[in-house]
Design a binder for this molecule. Structure first.
Ligand code: HEC
Ligand code: HEC
Length: 460
């Protein structure tokens, strides 16, 4: 039965391709096989995520309280030292007993949307445009103040400061709202021995030549996916990838192993998240029409939703998807990151992980797609209408970062089309890695058909 469904889905996919890639013989999409995962406890995972010490070095608490960002919302209802910290920082005890404040996963994996914090929503407001931004500036100042006279505090902050100071000059982009986590990972591993994870002040391998911009994927999609990340290259134990932020400050593999013991629980928490429902009303007639169109034109790649839910877990090759290639092609032009990972501590033990690169992208599940703009892996497209009609995609577009403004009728960011590149709040699709072409599957539809599909997408 499973095989039959699979064959039908593939046939549907190939049918759509045959109309698109007329001149080339399309490579088949590749199925991502599932990997064994550890089971865990979602409640414990949540606690560890928002209070745990997966980073064991950071800014001394007293210093952060004085100079760090303030937030009185306490969105996570945390108590104790965390009560007055922004949701994306956690107070932890360093190994020497000093209390420090470290960034947590919610820096990138939660976002305040219409006044509420949505857990797992990729943060589309990140700002990687300023060198030595935020905490790094504080770290630098602290270094000057604390070195020598309060050395226990400095000891507790050392790993954090060293890493942030070393990588932040490279971790920079021209555009607000795009995330550089892929580059961050590559920079960190360049300074660590793969077997021992020990830090080296000088890089042990070439640094990535280009920073790949990405839009952070929503956490609630992961439970459907057999491979992690946009190009599906994260295989084996997902917990091992989830804990990779620990590379920022980790001292050695015994610390990594201790942190790793919690990430089965964090995975269970991530897998328990559901997409938020669309807050407005939808037109039932259009939704019905849109569902039919979606199932004919889109389900072969993106799956079906509702009662008979299915998800095909397909990687779509370059020749078919044609969206910006920098993210996956950098794994081939600069293979050192993949090579490092595949001989590292992360591939050892009884629940190993590995990276399996691919020239193309996973067709993502579309649950909660109404809230996850901007679209595509690089966030190059501001709303759903532009996803479905490549001809109207703006080359330069601006959204507000000081007063973020979302559209609900055609879900996406309110944006202004620009004639030329501008400041850091203008997305420039002519830059390397920022292209907005490809995924032409909506172009063949009529405008009313596109609108019906958008109405249906709001219900996922
Ligand atoms: C600096 C920003 C940043 C931080 C901090 C961060 N992530 Fe991510 N995360 C990303 C980006 C960007 C991606 C997508 C990368 C890609 O696919 O190429 C991602 C991908 C993921 C995915 C894969 C989702 C999918 O559907 O494939 C998971 C799960 C995840 N991160 C969990 C975590 C956890 C848990 C932490 C904390 C321990 C964390 N991340 C910290 C930016 C971040
Ligand atoms: C041949 C497979 C395929 C078909 C057919 C297809 N898609 Fe996609 N779709 C993809 C892939 C792969 C991506 C990721 C592209 C990227 O991020 O660069 C994607 C991305 C998207 C996104 C953006 C997701 C995000 O989180 O940014 C939306 C929305 C979407 N598709 C909707 C549709 C709709 C609606 C249809 C039908 C009209 C459709 N797709 C048809 C493969 C497909």
């Amino acid at each position: 039965m499973q095989k039959l469904v699979w064959a039908l889905l593939l046939a549907g996919v190939c049918f759509s391709f045959s109309r698109i890639a007329v001149h080339t013989v399309p490579e088949d999409p590749a199925f991502i096989p599932p990997s064994q995962q550890r089971s865990g406890d979602a409640t414990k995972g949540y606690q560890y995520l928002v209070t745990g010490d997966y980073l064991k070095s950071g800014i001394p608490f007293s210093f952060f309280a004085f100079a760090g960002p303030k937030d009185t919302n306490n969105f996570l209802n945390r108590d104790g030292y965390n009560k007055k910290l922004p949701h994306d920082y956690t107070a932890v005890k360093a190994p020497n007993g000093e209390l420090v404040v470290a960034p947590n996963c919610l820096q990138c994996h939660a976002q305040v949307f219409e006044g509420k914090l949505i857990m797992g929503l990729g943060n589309a407001q990140s700002d990687f445009t300023r060198q030595m931004s935020g905490t790094a500036v504080m770290a630098e100042k602290m270094l000057q103040q604390l070195k020598g006279n309060e050395s226990k505090k400095y000891d507790a902050a050392r790993n954090f400061i060293t890493a942030v100071k070393t990588i932040s000059p490279h971790l920079i982009t021209s555009t607000k709202g795009v995330n550089l986590a892929d580059g961050l990972a590559a920079l960190l591993v360049a300074h660590r021995d793969p077997a021992t994870l020990r830090w080296s002040d000088s890089a042990l391998m070439p640094l990535p030549p280009a920073m790949v911009p990405s839009d952070v994927p929503a956490w609630w999609l992961l439970k459907k996916k057999n491979g992690m990340f946009y190009n599906g290259f994260g295989r084996g134990d997902f917990g091992r990838f989830l804990m990779a932020s620990n590379l920022l400050t980790v001292t050695d593999t015994s610390e990594a192993a201790e942190v790793d013991r919690h990430f089965n629980d964090v995975l269970a928490y991530i897998n328990s998240l559901k997409a938020p429902s669309y807050p407005g009303t939808t037109n039932a007639k259009w939704v019905t029409q849109g569902k039919k169109l979606f199932e004919n034109h889109c389900s072969g790649c993106h799956g079906t939703y509702g009662e008979k839910e299915s998800y095909p877990n397909l990687l779509i090759p370059e020749s078919i998807i044609q969206t910006d290639s920098l993210l996956y092609s950098s794994n081939y032009s600069d293979p050192q990151f993949v090579q490092w990972f595949n001989k590292s501590w992360f591939t050892t033990g009884d629940h190993p992980a590995k990276l399996v690169p691919y020239r193309g992208y996973i067709a993502p599940p579309l649950d909660g797609i109404w809230v996850t703009a901007p679209y595509f892996h690089n966030g190059s497209v501001p709303d759903l209408e532009c996803v479905l009609n490549s001809k109207i995609r703006p080359t330069y577009w601006q959204r507000s970062f000081s007063k973020p403004s979302y559209k609900f009728d055609i879900p996406g960011w309110n944006f202004e089309k620009k004639e030329s590149p501008g400041g850091s709040d203008v997305y420039n699709t002519t830059l390397k890695g920022f292209r907005n072409d490809g995924h032409y599957f909506g172009d063949e539809l009529s405008q009313p058909e596109r609108m019906a599909i958008i109405e249906y997408l709001k219900t996922l």
